[in-house]
Ligand binder design. Structure first.
Ligand SMILES: NC(=O)c1ccc[n+]([C@@H]2O[C@H](COP(=O)([O-])OP(=O)(O)OC[C@H]3O[C@@H](n4cnc5c(N)ncnc54)[C@H](OP(=O)(O)O)[C@@H]3O)[C@@H](O)[C@H]2O)c1
Length: 349
């Protein structure tokens, strides 16, 4: 008789638009370029409830979701040189069952994995991957971003000058918070962000130099920004990208400017003024994002350790993987503001 392979618990979405349930499954073995990670903390993202609601992105069921991984390396696959068993790491997962976050052990791709510096907890580290990568791709992606030169390339990092304004709509969201921080690393100034008034301090702590209430109308915001800078607004990163926020960003853009979105566009590119709109996609696992992802993930440990990138504020969920189910409902209901929800898969009963 063959011995049963080691088992773990995972949160499965049983079928398309079905229910979540905890089940056992085998612990996978790392292939070339991969790591096996014991997941200590995983953060929730809007895409996780959207997949449950709409069936988007995932084609195989039962499916394990979750993108944000922080944990301990258990096993190192062939060809991986920069990680050892016992390292504390964060990683960007994907919606393939062996590589997804909502389970006790997952595989990670070493080039989208970084060591957690000693100043950070697993919980903090888990708030980084998807939000950070989406901000990153939207800013620096050549195919699905604004194509700004990234800070690690020559000419990509400048001292702040009053020449390069950027506006980030939704600065208290996870994506918005990382867009603010990357804008600072890239030398934009002023870095203008919107959110609800009670999140002003949070958004300024991420590096926004100017803050406006997100409830201002498009014309009120434009007027307020004109008092901050008379330079043309070349980039607006709309981290929220709802039909009500997109026209606000679009209306702020100068001729030839670019509006970066995290969802599908509802504004239409116009003739003559050269304004562009682009929908980004934050997964480094996508072929068009791989090179950018590899280069950025090589910087993640240093940026976190130096404080150039600060993780998000978080709230812990109880009940291990089971706690994710209610957490996703709270996110869907818009009850989570300026905070990541973080679960502990090892506490699953
Ligand atoms: N394309 C991709 O690959 C990709 C990747 C990641 C995320 N996304 C999408 O990007 C969006 C943001 O994701 P996230 O993880 O950053 O979300 P999140 O952190 O869960 O966003 C929560 C924040 O949204 C803000 N918000 C809600 N409605 C708003 C509005 N009308 N105007 C301005 N801010 C508003 C709230 O700000 P206040 O509380 O301050 O009002 C809240 O702090 C989601 O739709 C997500 O699905 C796409």
């Amino acid at each position: 008789m063959t011995p049963m392979s080691p088992q773990q618990k995972a949160l499965f979405l049983a079928k398309k638009q079905g229910n979540f349930e905890i089940r056992s499954r085998s612990i996978p073995s790392p292939g070339t370029g991969q790591l096996l990670v014991k997941v200590q903390s995983t953060a929730l993202n809007p895409v996780d409830y959207k997949i449950k609601e709409t069936g988007m992105f995932v084609t195989h069921y039962p499916a394990i979701l979750g993108s944000d991984i922080a944990g301990i390396v258990e096993e190192v696959g062939e060809g991986v040189e920069n990680f050892r068993r016992g390292d504390n790491v964060l990683a960007h997962g994907t919606f393939t069952n062996d590589l997804a976050a909502f389970q006790q052990y997952t595989l990670t791709v070493a080039s989208f994995t970084a060591k957690i510096p000693s100043n950070l907890s697993f919980d903090s580290a888990a708030t980084v991957p998807l939000g950070f990568d989406t901000a990153l791709t939207g800013m620096y992606g050549k195919h699905n971003g604004a194509g700004i030169t990234p800070p690690w390339e020559e000419g990509g990092s400048h001292d702040n000058t009053p020449d390069k304004p950027i506006v980030i709509i939704g600065g208290s969201s996870s994506v918005g918070s990382y867009a603010i921080q990357l804008a600072c690393l890239s030398g934009f100034y002023p870095v203008i962000a919107t959110a609800s008034a009670y999140n002003e301090r949070l958004v300024r702590n991420y590096g926004a130099t100017h803050f406006f209430d997100r409830h201002l109308s498009g014309s009120q915001l434009k007027e307020a920004i004109s008092r901050v800078t008379d330079r043309p607004i070349g980039v607006v990163y709309d981290a929220i990208s709802l039909p009500e926020t997109q026209p606000i960003g679009w209306g702020l853009l100068a001729n030839n400017g670019i509006l970066v979105l995290t969802l599908s566009p509802s504004v239409k590119e116009d003739e003559g003024k050269g304004r562009k709109v682009i929908s980004t996609s934050g997964s480094p696992h996508m072929p068009q994002n791989k090179e950018l992802g590899r280069n950025a993930w090589a910087m993640v440990e240093e940026w976190l350790s130096e404080g150039d990138i600060q993780p998000n504020k978080y709230e812990n969920l109880s009940d291990g993987l089971e706690g994710i189910i209610d957490g996703l409902v709270r996110m869907k209901n818009g009850e989570v503001s300026g905070t990541k929800l973080v679960a502990h898969p090892q506490e699953t009963r």
